[in-house]
Design a protein around this ligand. Structure first.
Ligand SMILES: *[C@@H]1O[C@H](CO)[C@@H](O)[C@H](O)[C@H]1NC(C)=O
Length: 263
């Protein structure tokens, strides 16, 4: 293999004597660099995902993006890194054609386009569509979102941190609380990838919003209600986080956003 990338190292902190004296050393490094680049490219391609299909009690929406709003990263599958931007709500998605009927108490999850292979929590939120508006067009603005599910890490016998749903091609199951009042809602799923989160704005948010109609519900008063953006800051301890610090007490990790409302 050639060593074309060697010139990249000329500006690095390496003595010129070493450059001339040790072309093997040189080549070793450039091959390493090439290999690392290839591995990173492969990892990157696999590591991005969208959630185009909602599953309710085991039944998936008939095709991608029919009740779930097509997110603008449909092609790139890039996550959002700054949790304070408008995209954090529903990823500037386009409205979907249909509304899924979801019985209160139903089990839901999403199909993922790729393996959800990064460490981090999965969270679900609901927002009730205001009177006179439709889930097909409402934008989800205001302090309207409440959280219905989150996940926390555990440490396995090999002292590796593991997360519910990690490495699956779907998101973890959640239950629509039985006490949720009937009506139209936006349902939002997010997976927060924390593998680079020790740097600010390097957590990656993967998310979708679906248009749903909850039936057979109750008289609960969901809350606390938050706005998106608004609920998250880049410096939240669950977002700007070095997961290695939680190995001895994984349950003390605090996912961002409000407390879960379970009805
Ligand atoms: C998740 O929910 C589906 C039904 O939608 C069910 O078939 C499956 O067993 C559930 N998985 C777990 C781990 O509970």
């Amino acid at each position: 293999m050639g060593c074309n990338a060697g010139s990249n190292y000329k500006n690095r902190d390496i003595s010129p004597v070493m450059h001339q004296a040790s072309s093997n050393w040189y080549c070793h490094h450039c091959n390493m660099k090439l290999l690392t680049g290839l591995l990173l490219a492969a990892a990157t391609a696999q590591a991005h995902y969208t959630f185009p299909r909602l599953v309710v009690n085991g039944k998936a929406e008939e095709k991608d993006w029919s009740v779930t709003r097509r997110t603008k990263n449909d092609n790139t599958k890039q996550g959002i890194e700054n949790p304070t931007v408008g995209d954090i709500r529903c990823y500037s998605s386009s409205n979907a054609a249909n509304i899924a009927e979801v019985p209160a108490g139903a089990t839901i999850h999403y199909i993922s386009t790729q393996q959800v292979n990064h460490p981090g929590p999965t969270q679900y939120y609901l927002a009730k569509v205001p009177a006179g508006q439709s889930a097909k067009t409402w934008d989800g603005s205001g302090a309207v979102w409440f959280k219905i599910h989150t996940t926390k890490p555990a440490v396995d016998k090999n002292k590796q941190m593991t997360w519910p749903g990690q490495n699956e091609y779907k998101t973890v199951n959640a239950t629509i609380p039985k006490a949720t009042p009937d009506g139209e809602y936006l349902l939002r799923v997010e997976h927060i990838a924390l593998h680079m989160a020790m740097q600010a704005n390097k957590a990656q948010f993967y998310l979708s919003c679906s248009q749903v109609k909850i039936t057979g519900g109750g008289n609960g008063t969901p809350g606390p209600l938050v706005s998106l953006p608004g609920a998250y800051k880049s410096s939240d301890p669950g977002i700007l986080v070095d997961l290695n610090k939680y190995l001895s007490a994984p349950d003390t990790y605090q996912p961002p956003g409000p407390a879960v409302w379970s009805g």
